[in-house]
Each structure stands twice: as C-alpha cells, then as structure tokens.
Design a protein around this ligand. Structure first.
Ligand code: F6P
Ligand code: MN
Length: 279
C-alpha cells in the first residue's frame, strides 16, 4: 500500500503541472460514457497509467475514461479504479477539480474496497487518503505532501449540495431539500463532486447528494470511480454514504461504469434522507 500511496502523490504533482499549462481545449474523442474528453482528461489519464503501470503490487487498473480493464501484473494484489480529472469542464472557469482513486482487492465492487484517495486541485493541492480506518488530509507544500489532520465529521452540518437537473427530481427528493432549506441549511454546489464533497468533509458536516431522477433513475456518478471511494472516506470520517436506504458500499456492481444514486454526509443528515426515501 505504501508504494500505491507514493504513486498517488507523484501523479497528483504531475497532474497539477498539466492543469497549470492551461490547455482546457476539447480533444476529438469522447469517453465510454459519451462525455467529450478534454486534452487535460487524456493527459491526466496517461500520467496515472504510466505511474501505476510500473507497480508490481497492482494487478489491474481501470480508468473512468476507458472501457476496458488493463492488467499490469497478474500476480499483483490490488485493483485500482480511478477518475483522472473529475469536473474537468470546470478548469476553464477556474473552479477546483480533482482526481479520485478506489483501491480494491479480488474484484471491483464496493465490498472489496480496501482504501481510497482523492486530490483537490484548487488554491491548494489537498490529498485525502483513507486506509479503511481513518481519512487523513495532506496538503502540498514545497512539492511535498504534509499531513494536516484526520477528517472528522460532526453529527450534523450546515451545508447541502445536491446535483442533477432540478426539473427531473422526484417529489420526495425536492421535498427533502426544501425542508432542509426551510430549517436553515445553506446551498453549496460547484458542480465538481471532489471540491463539493471536500467542503463538507473539511467543514465538518452536511449533505451531498446525486439522486436518482426521472432522466437518470440510477443517478450519474459512477460507483467504482466516484461513489465508492468517497463512501469509504465518509464512513472513516464518522459519517456515512447511502443509496437512499442502504449503505452504498453494499450495492452490487455488474459493469465497471455502473452508476448509483448517492448521499454522503454526517449522520443526522443521512437520517433525513432515509426518512424522505422511506417507501
Ligand atoms: O463526473 C461527474 C460530475 O462532473 C461531478 O463532478 C459532479 O458532481 C457532477 O458531474 C455534476 O453533475 P450535474 O451538473 O448534473 O449536477
Ligand atoms: Mn468524474
């Protein structure tokens, strides 16, 4: 696991440099889910592929940008799913973007997630690494990641971040969000899941949701690359992550690009979700 952590740090430094080159133009290709790829998405993907391709403890890697799983070392222990540059369309408006990693064993599914990590590229470059017991926050200082603190959620927070197209929300979701605003919660949503979730984690509580809706009943966020890695971080920070009712890490995966409705937050906010989604 140490060499994987080192590889994550190295790839973060290289992706930071790629973002700083400032080329946020589109490429001629689209990824497996049909999103137009930016040159930045492709360059970040290549950085991770090259770095992880040299690690003998890695059996397989799969990128959110690709359709296939690549085998690195058939004898390796770990399976890595990664989103090289989440929210990349926000680079041209100068909002924060991120990289996400899920580190699995045996099979790519929630129950086999052993560790996870994400990086936020913003005014600072922050890295959170979760080994399955604690979610640790590091910050890039003089080209080295320095440990800042363990992330710990309070029982409740102030913020609500909720995605998807409001017109397509189901009535029970709309009612839940309206009730939360009525009771004093504030909206915080940039459209990049990494900074939006990081905000809730660093500020100590709240709720992020990407619900199922009439246009996308299973939501938009991908289980292996986005939902499961953050679910582990939230659980290890004293909060949780559910699909509306169930622990989202128990939801089965049948295809690498499966999506799942998801709700991440502190424990009190997850109770609101369970009540709103009950039945
Ligand atoms: O990768 C998906 C993503 O860019 C997330 O970072 C973000 O939370 C979500 O899409 C935003 O989607 P929407 O605009 O539908 O709320
Ligand atoms: Mn993404």
């Amino acid at each position: 696991m140490t060499e994987i952590f080192e590889a994550i740090k190295e790839s973060a430094k290289q992706i930071k440099s790629i973002i700083e080159l400032g080329d946020s133009s589109k490429s001629d290709s689209s990824n497996s889910t049909g999103d137009t790829q930016l040159k930045l998405d492709i360059a970040s993907d290549i950085v991770i592929e090259e770095i992880f391709g040299k690690i003998s403890s890695v059996k397989q890697i799969v990128s959110e940008e690709k359709d296939e799983i690549f085998t690195i070392n058939p004898e390796g222990k770990y399976l890595i799913a990664y989103d090289p540059l989440d929210g990349s369309s926000l680079v041209d408006v100068n909002l924060s973007v991120g990289t996400i990693y899920g580190i699995y064993e045996n099979e790519f599914n929630g129950k086999n997630l052993k560790a996870s990590a994400y990086i936020v590229y913003g005014p600072n470059v922050d890295l959170v690494f979760c080994d399955g017991t604690a979610s640790k926050l590091y910050r890039l200082r003089n080209n080295e990641f320095v440990f800042l603190k363990d992330l710990k959620l309070q029982n409740t927070g102030l913020f609500v971040a909720t995605g998807s197209t409001q017109q397509c929300w189901y009535p029970h979701h709309k009612k839940m969000v309206d009730d939360m605003f009525e009771s004093g919660y504030k909206l915080r949503y940039s459209g990049g899941m990494v900074p939006d979730l990081h905000q809730i984690l660093v500020k100590g509580g709240g709720l992020f949701s990407y619900p199922g809706a009439s246009d996308k009943p299973k939501g938009k966020l991908r289980q292996l690359f986005e939902v499961f890695p953050f679910a582990l971080v939230f659980e290890c920070a004293g909060g949780g992550a559910i699909d509306g009712q169930e622990r989202v890490l128990n939801v089965p995966t049948t295809h690498i690009h499966d999506t799942s409705p998801c709700f991440f937050g502190s424990l009190k906010e997850l109770e609101f979700v369970k009540q709103a989604y009950n039945g």
